[in-house]
Design a protein around this ligand. Sequence first.
Ligand SMILES: Cc1cc2nc3c(=O)[nH]c(=O)nc-3n(C[C@H](O)[C@H](O)[C@H](O)COP(=O)(O)O)c2cc1C
Length: 259
Amino acid sequence: MLIAASHYGWNSRISLHLDHAMEESISLELIKGKNLNQNGLFEYISIRQSTRNDYDGKSISKEDWMKIIDAANGEDVEVLVFKDQKEMNSIIPFVKEGAILQFQNQAFVDELIQWIRFNESKAEKTGDGLSGKVTGNPSVPTWLGKIFMGLSVSPEKEADKYEELILNSSGLMLFIAKRNDKKAWINLGRSFERAVLMATSLGINHAHMNMPCEEEAVRKKLVSYLKLEKNMTPLLLIRLGYSEKMPYSYRRPLEEVLV
Ligand SMILES: Cc1cc2nc3c(=O)[nH]c(=O)nc-3n(C[C@H](O)[C@H](O)[C@H](O)COP(=O)(O)O)c2cc1C
């Protein structure tokens, strides 16, 4: 919203209202502006996507890394990048351990299944979720998809799949909140969005590899391995690389999400 606002000629002021748990909100005030902070990312909003296919392993140039890291820089956030195979290899065990824990957790698998749209008619009806064409899976009836998932998901196989995806990536990027609080989480989300829009502008795709951040026991190991200071909290891990774009995920109409 901020990037689009400045593109259309508005400066924005954000205030966070986080004091009352039941009434938390972020307000965004738009002021018709001069000296707009335009960063050229607007036109990539509709091109960016989470691209979950195999990447081709080609290296990202030093200049492009600098641009992506610069775009990510901001308040409350630190980013670490793992730029070659050796650096990425050091992170793979954490990803695999996180993936195994998640896929051993029935509640996680159940939630994942209810978010998967096993066929296009369901995906179109709900206008959200993870559809087969976005993830590269065939379209099947929902009942069959659920049975298939129940039979075929093995935590170890899932973990191996993620290892494979990292092995053909050009790099990993870890977004770390300097404190584990809501203001830092919000700023980290903004940092992530700027970084991936910049990557998109450079023809570089991205996809999430969040497992080591989401499983607290693994996150603690990662913090200790990376020798991060107290309170520093890794929250998002993505892979970056080059590949063909996939079909785009569904978007609900604006009227459905705007009050
Ligand atoms: C905070 C956050 C965490 C996410 N974690 C995952 C993830 O663990 N695995 C995954 O495949 N996608 C993940 N995604 C990507 C979303 O599934 C994706 O953004 C959404 O489906 C919309 O698709 P798009 O990014 O292609 O527009 C995450 C996105 C966000 C914002």
